[in-house]
Ligand binder design. Sequence first.
Ligand SMILES: [Zn+2]
Length: 299
Amino acid sequence: MDKKFKFVGVNSIKLNRHFQTDSDCYEYLASIKWADESFECKKCKHKKCCIGKRAFSRRCVKCRYDESPTAGTMFDKCKFSLLVAFHIVFKISSKKKGMSSLELSHEFELRQPTCWEFKWKIQQAMQSSKQNPLSGEVHIDEFFIGGPEEQKRGRSKGNKRLVVVALEKVKDGVGRAYAQIIENASSEEFKPFFKSYINKEASVITDEWTGYSPLKKEYKNLKQIPSNDGKNFPDLHIHIMNLKGWLRGIHHHCSKERLQGYLDEYHYRYNRRNNMDTIFHNLVVKMVNNEPKRIGDKV
Ligand SMILES: [Zn+2]
């Protein structure tokens, strides 16, 4: 993609100038989808194409299938204009706390379920690629969402959800973080989370909960220290407090999959807080390169 063409920044006036019509958005998606003239027909996998009948579409020269820039992307079958879709992606990625589907429905005069459905797709694109595990010093703990604070580990959790969270410590403060819903605080539940998000060489620090002990086999640098009511993990506990503050009011209405979507959304922005200029463009790229899933599909 032409550098001048790529949208950079978090300024909505600039966004308005960059994308004035649906056609501008189709052109943008086409330049991402078929970057460097790469083409592979969705129907027959043939690699040669010509210009399609519709604006910015490509036509396979073998089977004559005419593919639009949105086909097979998360912008496919959108219930509103592509320009509005771009604005929603911009709001969710560039606003510090994102935007709820209710706020979106007011701002863009759409039905709330319509916004909810589209936001669900955006959250799927915000899932971590799991390609960049946390390294260096990593603090890990769990917390409950949706219940009284005095909830103890291992006991019946009712409607509450248990979340495990990892935060990377860097020289000048904190780095990236990830969180995942788990069924209980057992080592079996911790294992997949560690595997996805923590480098084996990392200096992992947890409290003295027995569920973490078996992980020392694979994570040689895992150290357990007393939590002292969280005082020994100040940065992690500020992170959990902020995350809970943001989630408050959402969890009452959401399924396990939906809650994970919100955790992914929160950390997508959090982990890019120092790269806000490219957050919108990179999210659009992920939405073009990932197949949409329907609500209810396993994510
Ligand atoms: Zn074809």
